[in-house]
Design a protein around this ligand. Structure first.
Ligand SMILES: [Zn+2]
Length: 300
């Protein structure tokens, strides 16, 4: 039997007085950077700095909010306790629960997986929701293939979208590809609704309006029930994005009450459309986004 020793929270600091016994060959080390940033790859030197860390007092450990500090802690462990290490990560948990609408999940996943060998990590256990197919299942599919060493290029991505969306798949792909760029991602340490300014909100709302017709036409052209379902989920995402960005736009204009009313309508829409989205994502997660934005607005 193998046991996993978890590097997590306070245990992100390696022991000084106790020696871990790896001599029996049954102990693996699981690195779980729970407070990492998903606006950057795990090994991205832009996320943090190279200043050495100071060991905190007992039970006074502030969780790192950047990736470089996590990597420094991993390296401290690896030099204090050489052994087999693997990663326990949360792409389909934190991002999924908090900020799916701006992160470039596919780029972060690819960069992360590419860095595992260099970081001395022998694999990934993914902590996440079971339904992670909103607005498409592409990031999850990409992660699975990439972990097997099957790099996914533009050809594979186009094939995925063709199978999922049918005839008008390019419209669906263009929309999801441009989304992160238009909304200003990647964003370090802030959810998009905090990072956006009024110019950004105006641009995004206009861009979303331009996509209404092409997306609806794409959905009309869908042939099979599978393709029709994929389009329903994507159109739902488009509507949700319009709602949330319109609320943020109103708030940035100083129309707080209007923004809160918009969010109330959005909540109703999510609850009423649950049948369409339930196979792709838990409605509780979607409501969580609305709630987080509402809480932020109410505090301001
Ligand atoms: Zn970052």
């Amino acid at each position: 039997m193998k046991l996993a020793l978890i590097i997590y929270h306070d245990l992100l600091w390696p022991p000084e007085q106790v020696k871990v016994d790896f001599s029996r060959g049954n102990l693996l080390v699981m690195f779980a950077p729970i407070s990492r940033c998903y606006g950057h790859g795990l090994a991205d030197v832009e996320c943090g700095d190279d200043r050495p860390l100071t060991r905190p007092s007992f039970n006074q450990f502030p969780l790192p909010d950047n990736n470089m500090d996590h990597i420094k802690l991993l390296k401290l462990w690896q030099s204090a306790c050489p052994g087999e290490y693997f990663l326990f990560d949360y792409h389909f948990m934190w991002q999924w629960y908090q900020d799916l609408m701006s992160v470039r999940l596919e780029e972060v996943l690819t960069a992360d997986i590419d860095s595992y060998a260099q970081l001395g990590l022998d694999g990934l256990v993914n902590c996440g929701s079971e339904r992670v197919f909103y607005p498409t299942g592409w990031p999850y599919y990409l992660m699975a293939r990439h972990l097997w060493g099957e790099r996914q290029g533009p050809e594979q991505k186009a094939r995925y979208f063709q199978l999922a969306f049918g005839e008008q798949s390019e419209v669906a792909q263009r929309f999801t590809d441009q989304f992160a760029q238009v909304t200003g991602s990647p964003i370090h340490a802030h959810p998009w609704w905090e990072a956006a300014d009024i110019q950004r909100a105006n641009q995004v709302v206009e861009w979303l309006a331009q996509h209404q017709e092409p997306l609806e036409a794409g959905a009309q052209a869908a042939k099979s029930p599978t393709q029709q379902r994929a389009w329903r989920v994507l159109l739902h995402y488009h509507r949700l994005a319009i709602d949330l960005w319109t609320a943020v736009q109103a708030k940035l204009r100083g129309e707080k009450q209007q923004a809160l009313e918009q969010l109330e309508q959005t909540q109703k829409f999510l609850q009423e459309a649950e049948k369409d989205t339930a196979p792709a994502i838990d409605t509780l997660v979607l409501l969580g986004w609305v709630g987080a934005i509402r809480d932020a607005f109410q505090k301001q």
